[in-house]
Design a protein around this ligand. Structure first.
Ligand code: UGY
Ligand code: MN
Length: 244
């Protein structure tokens, strides 16, 4: 059904709101029985790429030489590396270092978040190794002592990692305690609930399924609205000097 050209999606200099009605699916090289919705990439102004991969049973992701982060949204998939084998279920995540050969194969219709980024090594710490986990096994910590805003860091607090991926869960009515303006950029996927996101000088209603990119220094604030918690998965570049 057409909607007379209306959408909540918007592409601004320092932020993007990408809503499901505007998603366009494309195959990426090496994908089998799978497509990608590329939410953000260097073409959109980001230093990383984030897409949602949608796989049929038996479908696979293509290869990458960059480091890759996976978070399973729906379905089930097997991740095989040269030395290990892991079954991923909703809430499972995986960090795969650059140049690490691996194959991800869906066991049923599966959707997953894929984040890829060239690794920025430090001379002082070794590069990270492959890491597999499940969100529910990570520690939930209140942000700024607010028990109504819980943050789970999926990657360990190690300088080896040049990015972070967290989930943030807001009780109904909870909000960020400040408008943030920072050098890091964000890729954000709304997982549950909704609310109002301030991006730059705009206030947007957002809901589960929406993707947001925030460029460096994009003013940002979120307040949860509704009778159920709002939850999102959020990427940020991390642990590196701005001049590196
Ligand atoms: O980690 C963050 O910068 C996070 N608090 N930002 C956000 O939720 N927009
Ligand atoms: Mn932020």
């Amino acid at each position: 059904m057409h909607n007379l050209g209306q959408t909540r999606s918007t592409n601004q200099r320092d932020h993007l709101l990408h809503t499901p009605d505007t998603f366009v699916r494309t195959p990426l090289p090496g994908m089998q029985r799978a497509t990608a919705v590329v939410h953000i990439s260097p073409a959109g102004g980001a230093a990383f790429t984030q897409y949602t991969a949608e796989l049929e049973p038996g479908g696979t992701l293509g290869p990458t030489t960059n480091q890759r982060f996976l978070y399973l949204l729906e379905g089930a998939a097997d991740l095989a590396t040269d030395t290990s084998f892991h079954s991923l279920i909703p809430g499972s995540f995986a960090y795969i270092p650059e140049d690490a050969a691996h194959t991800l194969t869906a066991q049923q219709p599966t959707r997953l978040v894929v984040i890829e980024k060239p690794y920025e090594p430090l001379t002082t710490v070794p590069a990270p190794e492959i890491l597999i986990g499940h969100e529910e096994k990570t520690l939930a910590v209140p942000l700024n002592d607010d028990p109504d805003l819980q943050v789970r860091s999926l990657l360990p607090a190690s300088q080896s990692f040049d990015f972070a991926v967290n989930t943030m869960t807001y009780a109904p009515g909870a909000a960020l305690s400040q408008v943030e303006v920072h050098v890091m950029e964000h890729g954000l996927l709304m997982l549950e609930g909704g609310g109002i996101y301030r991006l730059g000088d705009h206030w947007y209603p957002v809901t589960a399924g929406d993707f947001i990119w925030m460029g460096p220094y994009c003013p940002q604030w979120f307040g949860a609205i509704g009778k159920r918690p709002a939850k999102y998965l959020i990427y940020k570049d991390w642990n590196r000097h701005p001049l590196s």
